[in-house]
Ligand binder design. Structure first.
Ligand code: ADP
Length: 512
């Protein structure tokens, strides 16, 4: 049997998707391989097909116990012998499942990373394991957005297996840095990366609007369509769900504070199309394979672009046109800041999270193609998508070189040692004590933008940062400095343009 015949006979598909054959062939040649494919790209088949071709067992390490059963049920329905072991089973059941795996009646054995660490290792060592598949492999990297300590030990555990299995690691989100980290830790020699781009997704950013109002109107306009609304906190999930239900928009919810039973029920209501809208924290969604999700709305900005792309990517798995909308408010960035601050990460870990949050806010402030911005972040090139809210923004571009020069020279004059708020205060001529103490009121750039509000100058700074003229770095209290591109602007070698809403005064006829 070839991979192609199994694809048809067991899964009923005619052709492989991009990357699948490469990963399968690498595994069959005993190469340890990292597969980076977008959500919905078909990662599971990459190890399920080899599992059916290898003589021994394939061990699948998957982080979510709740999903194991679903995955195993789906395989069994396709006539593929698979089972799982986790803490929900009693000793006898576990023993029986190990025996089935040892005798070859089960080809795929799903297990959580925590279980590998604990008492199962001896039993696993007795099995003829040919392949270990590590799902959501970015969890092994501290540079990833969902680091899990239980993943760290995987490489050691696998090394202790006497059958010396081949390893395949799979993820949908890996920056080049995370990919390198995964390969180093698991000693992988090959990487298969298919394009990250999601041609059926239209990315949108909504700013300066009443979010609740936008949400209600959007959901009314898209009534009957299935969609997910993400919020950052349990409290906000509860509030939004109540709000929608009060407005007769059917919605259920999911967050870590609900009982196991409630979570299961609500998840099933959504999965089986009994309720069209799911309002949830990021606890919802990993591994959920619901193909007809037409939109994913982030009512609050998430902590990183990795998380955003993964969550947004749950829209349109069936390939039909779908939307990924981010409702952006500065105060929500502060919530994420707070969450990082309160987390039990060490100082370096927090810095990494602050930097990721910054890339996320820059996404909301760029005027470039949003799909392209995401692809660049993940180290990939791409054409303009033509579908996102920036590509469709038909406002005229205005030359803002002079304003940009004012900001850039102010940052320079403040010795590139301060952040956005203070720079905006100096430019608008604020009389706050700190400006005076630091004697920035004596700078020639003090007050040169005093006709603007501090908020609009701060937004201009965000725009200049998102467009690469300024660099903002330094974790919790980021500091602005001027990039090489920004220096070229100061020297008059580069022009800066920006799409801006035309102000009412500009719109008046000239002789008015
Ligand atoms: P991922 O884990 O990469 O997010 P899945 O493995 O869950 O994606 O696959 C997403 C969907 O695509 C599943 O419904 C799967 O059956 C389907 N699929 C996978 N490979 C193919 C293929 N070659 N042709 C058609 N559909 C496929």
């Amino acid at each position: 049997m070839t991979p192609q015949t199994i694809l048809k006979s067991q899964f009923g598909y005619d052709t492989f998707r991009k990357g699948q054959e490469d990963v399968i062939n690498a595994i069959l040649n005993h190469q340890n391989v990292l597969a980076i494919m977008p959500t919905g790209g078909g990662k599971s088949l990459c190890y399920q097909i080899p599992a059916l071709m290898l003589t021994g067992v394939t061990l699948v390490v998957s982080p979510l116990i709740s999903l194991m059963k679903d995955q195993v049920d789906a395989l069994n329905e396709n006539g593929i012998p698979a089972t799982f072991i986790n803490s929900s089973l009693d000793y006898q059941a576990i023993d029986q499942r190990f025996q089935e795996a040892a005798s070859g009646t089960v080809k795929l054995l799903y297990v959580s990373p925590e279980r590998l660490d604990s008492g199962y290792l001896n039993r696993l060592a007795e099995l003829p394991i040919d392949l270990v598949a590590i799902d959501e492999a970015h969890c092994i990297s501290q540079w990833g957005h969902d680091f899990r300590p239980s993943y760290l030990n995987l490489a050691n555990t696998i090394e202790q297996l006497p059958s010396q299995p081949t390893i395949v690691a799979l993820t949908a989100t890996a920056t080049p840095k995370v990919a390198r980290d995964i390969c180093d830790r698991l000693r992988l020699s090959k990487e298969v990366k298919t394009g990250f781009s999601r041609p059926n997704l239209a990315f949108k950013i909504v700013k300066h609007q009443d979010n609740d109002k936008f949400l209600i109107e959007y959901l009314r306009q898209n009534a009957g369509q299935s969609g997910i609304v993400y919020a950052s906190t349990r409290k906000e999930v509860e509030r939004l769900t109540k709000l929608l239900n009060r407005r007769h928009i059917e919605a259920t919810m999911y967050h870590g504070g609900l009982s196991k039973e409630e979570r299961r029920e609500n998840q099933e209501d959504f999965l089986y199309d009994r309720v069209p809208i799911m309002v949830a924290t990021n606890a919802f969604g990993m591994g959920i394979d619901k193909s007809n999700v037409r939109f994913v709305i982030h009512a609050q900005v998430p902590g990183s672009l990795e998380a955003y792309y993964q969550e947004a990517g749950r829209a349109g798995r069936d390939g039909l046109p779908s939307e990924a909308i981010l409702l952006f408010r500065l105060s929500d960035v502060q919530i994420q800041h707070f969450l990082i601050d309160q987390s039990d990460r060490d100082e370096a870990g927090k810095q990494r999270e602050y930097d990721k949050l910054q890339a996320m806010s820059q996404y909301a402030n760029t005027q470039e193609c949003l799909q392209q911005y995401i692809l660049n972040y993940f180290g990939e090139d791409g054409e303009k998508c033509g579908r996102c809210s920036n590509c469709l923004d038909d406002r005229e571009k205005q030359d803002i070189t002079i304003d940009a020069q004012k900001v850039l020279s102010c940052v320079k004059r403040m010795n590139e040692r301060f952040g956005k708020v203070l720079v905006a205060q100096v430019l608008t001529g604020s009389s706050v004590a700190r400006v005076k103490q630091l004697r920035f009121d004596e700078l020639s750039t003090y007050g040169i933008m005093k006709q603007e509000s501090q908020k609009s100058v701060a937004e201009l700074i965000d725009f200049l940062t998102a467009s690469g003229y300024l660099i903002s770095e330094g974790g919790q209290y980021p500091i602005l400095r001027v990039s090489d591109l920004g220096v070229a602007v100061l020297q008059g070698k580069e022009q800066v343009s920006r799409k801006v809403a035309v102000k009412a005064t500009h719109a008046l006829p000239e002789n008015d």
